[in-house]
Design a protein around this ligand. Sequence first.
Ligand code: AMP
Length: 192
Amino acid sequence: MLNIILFGPPGAGKGTQSENLVHEYELVHLSTGDIFRSNIKGGTELGNLAKSYMDKGELVPDNVTIGMLRAEVNKSQNANGFIFDGFPRTVAQAEALDEFLESKDEEITVMLALEVEEEELKTRLMQRAKTSGRPDDANPEVIQKRINVYQKETAPVAEHYRKPGKFKGVNGVGSIDEIAERLFTAIEESKS
Ligand code: AMP
């Protein structure tokens, strides 16, 4: 199996590039943000809980997020592999993911980190707000909060995968196709 974590701050292009990777490698795309948003749309209990954190730019608690992620992986028994997009976002989530995959004799193949400067992220998120309909993109204070939460709680997850040599940084600035090519190259290197 090919199990990829697509990592990076909000606005780095994880969702966009996930589509390219799914296409190229026939993987199951699991975006915890998308799953929360579809629960919000469906008015589920999980959606209501998640919304109270998402609207403020805070992280949904680990136990809720980890439980949901495990259930989603278990729904795709015959997958070639997964793209984890927006997960793990804390070291506790990374540890839980590793343990969960190990229980299935699987592991993370590589963490691909899209690298983009903070000013560019803010510009992209404000632009995305015009079409995404996401309340957390529309408010500059919430955007700043999400970036701060990323730096404090999520950035340390890179170290977790750097230690076993699974971390690869990828320049996240350029055309969508250029960035996709960089990701494909990084994946091919990590497979060999
Ligand atoms: P995203 O779509 O990845 O930008 O995520 C949008 C929001 O969903 C985040 O700001 C968090 O509030 C929540 N969220 C998504 N993924 C996670 C996660 N792995 N852990 C905690 N909260 C998450």
